[in-house]
Ligand binder design. Structure first.
Ligand SMILES: Cc1cc2nc3c(=O)[nH]c(=O)nc-3n(C[C@H](O)[C@H](O)[C@H](O)COP(=O)(O)O)c2cc1C
Length: 164
């Protein structure tokens, strides 16, 4: 079973978290920058961890935004999501990118795991990443809560380990 961690990162924060997830997972998982990959490459993997920061008030990170998502084949694949945002500066659209990736994954028939994460410990007004009262992926805020990143990653990776 081949695993890829596919991320889009404008300033490097999401890339750092992708590397941390790779390390904690401790399995052979390729790191792929979505800005340097095409759909054919990503479609070759069985299991995917997709990550994106949110920019410009609720938009997917630039490279994800311009990526040809129609060509992405997620049918029947195991998918887990993570995202970065700033709950203080953008509390009305906190980590919306994760919500956008979640919708896309569900629409394309993926089996999304690691999608029931508590919102306790975060302070925001609204987020598309919240589905049925839970974050649909791992939510990281390097701008305000970087001290919590390592433990949040660790806990989440344990929650998806059996699926990966
Ligand atoms: C211009 C700008 C717009 C942003 N818009 C949002 C937003 O709508 N929602 C959010 O949660 N975070 C927003 N952020 C915060 C980034 O998502 C956050 O800093 C993230 O860690 C960046 O990750 P990256 O370096 O991997 O791109 C914004 C940041 C900037 C500078």
């Amino acid at each position: 079973m081949s695993i890829a961690i596919v991320y889009g990162s404008s300033g490097g924060n999401t890339e750092s978290v992708a590397k941390l997830i790779q390390k904690k997972l401790g399995k052979a998982a390729d790191l792929i920058d979505i800005g340097k990959a095409d759909a054919d490459k990503i479609n070759g993997y069985d299991k995917l961890i997709l990550g994106a920061s949110t920019w410009y008030e609720g938009q997917l990170q630039d490279d994800w935004d311009s990526f040809d998502k129609d060509a992405l084949d997620l049918k029947g694949k195991t998918v887990a999501l993570f995202g970065l945002g700033d709950q203080s500066g953008y509390g009305g659209e906190f980590c919306d990118g994760v919500g956008i990736l979640y919708e896309l994954s569900v629409k394309k028939g993926a089996n999304v795991v690691g999608d029931k994460n508590s919102t306790d410990g975060y302070s925001f007004e609204a987020s598309k990443a919240v589905v049925d009262g839970k974050f649909a992926g791992l939510i990281i805020d390097e701008d305000n809560q970087s001290d919590l990143t390592a433990s949040r990653v660790e806990r989440w990776v344990e929650s998806i380990r059996s699926a990966f």
